[in-house]
Ligand binder design. Sequence first.
Ligand code: AMP
Length: 295
Amino acid sequence: MPPIGADSQIEVARSIESLRARVDGWRADKLTVGFVPTMGALHRGHLSLIAKAASLADRVVASIFVNPKQFAPGEDLASYPRQEARDLELLASAGCQLAYLPDAAVMYPPGFQTSVAVAELSKGLCGESRPHFFGGVATVVCKLLNQARPDIAVFGEKDFQQLLVIKRMVRDLDMPVEIVGAPIVREADGLAMSSRNAYLSAEERKRAGALNRVIADVARDLENGARVDTALRSGRAALEAAGLTKIDYLEARSAENLTPLGPGPLAGAPARVFAAIFVGKARLIDNWPVGGDRG
Ligand code: AMP
C-alpha cells in the first residue's frame, strides 16, 4: 500500500450530474479520462489498476459501488466490507482525481428494469455457481461507462471471465471505450489479493495460500505436455491434500473465448487454468496462464 497522505486530495461525486460535470470539464480541456470500477475495501490490486489508468490517461475516475444486482440472496451483500474514508485516502495517494460513489437509488431508481446479458461468456466457471452474477456485472458496468464516458477503463485479470464479458459487451454494444486488462496482484505467498480475503481466519488464510501454487503447477504440467484430464485430477488431489476440499471448479479453458479444453494435451492456443474454492466464509477465485506471461 502507498502511505496514506494526510494532505491527499480527492474530489467525490455522488450523482451522475456531478460526475459528468467534472468529466466534461476535463474533456473541454482536451484531457483523456481513465476509469476503474470497484466495490471498495481497496487493496494493492485495485491500486495497481489506478496506476495503470493513470499511465494511460490524463485523469482517473474510480467508482466505489457495492452492486446489489450481482449478489444473490444469501450471498455477502450486507456483510461486504465497507471502508469509505480509508478507500478515498488510498485512491488519492494512488493518483485518482475523482471518486464516484453513487448509492443504489442513483444507480437503480424506481422503475429500473433493463439488464445486459453477455450470453455465452457468462456461462460456466463463475457463471455456473453464480448464475445471476455476470448479468449484474454487465448491467452495472454498462451504466457506469455510460455515466462516466471514459476513454479507457481498467479491469483486473483476477476476474478473468469478467474481463472477457466486459470486452465482449463493449464490442457488441459499440461502446466508445477501450477496455484494458491488468495483471493479478498477489500477497507474499501468492494468494491473489481480494477484499474477501478479510473473511478468512488466520488458519484459513494460511491454507488459502495453496490455491495459487496448485493452479500454477497445473499450468506448468499442461505446458509440459500433460493431458488436461490428468493435470486437473492431480490439481484436485493437491487442493484436497492442502485442506482445500470445497472446490467449486478447477478447469482449463481457452484464454481467448473460455472454451473448455481437453481431455488430451493442449494444442497450443492460449489457455488458462481457472479455479474457485470455498474457504470458511469466503469464495476465492484465481487463474493462471499456461505458458507466456506469468500474470
Ligand atoms: P472488486 O472491487 O472486487 O469488484 O474489483 C474491482 C476491480 O479490481 C476488478 O477489475 C478486479 O478484477 C480488480 N482486482 C481485484 N483484485 C485484484 C488483484 N488481486 N489484482 C488485480 N486486480 C484486482
